[in-house]
Write a protein that binds this ligand. Sequence first.
Ligand SMILES: Nc1nc2c(ncn2[C@@H]2O[C@H](COP(=O)(O)OP(=O)(O)OP(=O)(O)O)[C@@H](O)[C@H]2O)c(=O)[nH]1
Length: 493
Amino acid sequence: MEIYLKPLFIQGDFHTSILSRGIGAVTSSAYAYGALSHFAGAPAPAPHSSISLSFTPLRKASLSLSLSLSLSLSLSLERAMEEDDNPPIAIPMDEVSLEVPTEPDAGAPVGVTVITGYLGAGKSTLVNYILNAQHGKRIAVILNEFGEEIGVERAMINEGQGGALVEEWVELANGCVCCTVKHSLVQALEQLVQRKERLDHILLETTGLADPAPLVSILWLDDQLESAIKLDSIVTVVDAKNLELQISKHADSGSFPETFIQIAFAIMLQLCLSPRTATKLGEFGFSSRTSPLVIKTILNEYCDLVLTRYTDIVILNKIDLISEEKEATQVENLKRKIHGINSLAVVICTTRCQVDLNKILNRESYSGESNNRWEELMEESKLLPSSSRHDSGVSTLSIHRPYPVDLDKVNGWLEDLLWEKRYSMDIYRCKGVLNVHNSNRIHTIQAVREVYEVVPGREWHEAEERINKLVFIGRDLDLKSLEDSFRGCLTIT
Ligand SMILES: Nc1nc2c(ncn2[C@@H]2O[C@H](COP(=O)(O)OP(=O)(O)OP(=O)(O)O)[C@@H](O)[C@H]2O)c(=O)[nH]1
């Protein structure tokens, strides 16, 4: 039995849980299926291969079709495996991990991979993919979630799948990500590295709208952790369908795009990790140990520098949402855009974040020599005027309703909300759980702009309160309109 440690951090609380499952066991997870089929020499199917439509009114009919296909695929994946009635979709060989990464030295620091990315780009999908891949490693995950997501994210964990079991929860102090949370994160990391079972790797997933810098700066600022863990690499997941929109939205506004920040983030880390480079920073008026705000400040002051030069790994995800005939040119165009932001970014194209793990784990991106490049860069650089980098118009709202909902009505409501924009809200992201009429299963809602899916998950636990809880992140959100319109989906009012 292999043990996976899964500490969860939700709005300043760190929770540690143990996820255990038999390694190599065939689970109902689509990812495990993909990996096993591939090992068996067969082409792997794309998990949940649905909702892959760009939004045009013409496509609504086919989107509904695709939705029901998605539901049945999710519901009966195992059956589909047996009956083989859905033709598998091939995944390019170089995007699936065949090699088992080499065992790290027992005394070596545990590598930390920071996973960043815009809302809904696929960070959790990547984390799930890594956890379910057949690498035989013990991997811990730390999640940093956005305020209102409390409870939703937890409920969306499929505890039952693959024999996974969430066992142990250790609650630590509340606090804001930049300040008090530092202590909790350090404690959580310390707990992890001190466990009896040796960890092979830690994944730190940052929330879509949070500034990842403070979290990561902890990794290099905290002396206690220095020898036990090391920053391995920064991986930014980018949504191929929405990247252009995200970049262009900010082009005229003068605000600093979140996407830019995240793609450029690796550079900042590199900058701060080298003591010699930090001295250089001092020459520009910064101190090498000025709390996490150092990185923030640099991000503002050196944005141009950041955007045009170095980075780590960018996963250009959701390639399936680009139409086949346009794929080659559009992907080239997107790569050019990313390289326009950061010319050294390694760009890996994926669907459902299915990536060769050797390309993203144990990269040792922050060890040694590469910092020299930074110093040269710093020499060349000039201070640039700061620009506001916070997307201040963005807010989060959540609605909670206890009564069961009618699934068809929910679909209609989502279409009104996301497609017709009937309530004049610009919704970037929605996720949540639904208590569906006549169903024993928790249904999860996921929406990234116009693309949404409603998927049945595990069964409700007996002691669990059956509640609809939805979280919205976007601009011009109006709680009353959301609540009033959602009420129309309830079977009892
Ligand atoms: N079509 C398609 N959907 C994807 C792909 N990758 C992820 N998704 C879907 O996109 C939605 C968001 O994925 P997540 O992994 O939750 O995204 P995230 O970045 O963790 O989201 P936040 O934590 O809210 O920022 C989910 O419905 C996923 O199933 C992909 O390659 N193609």
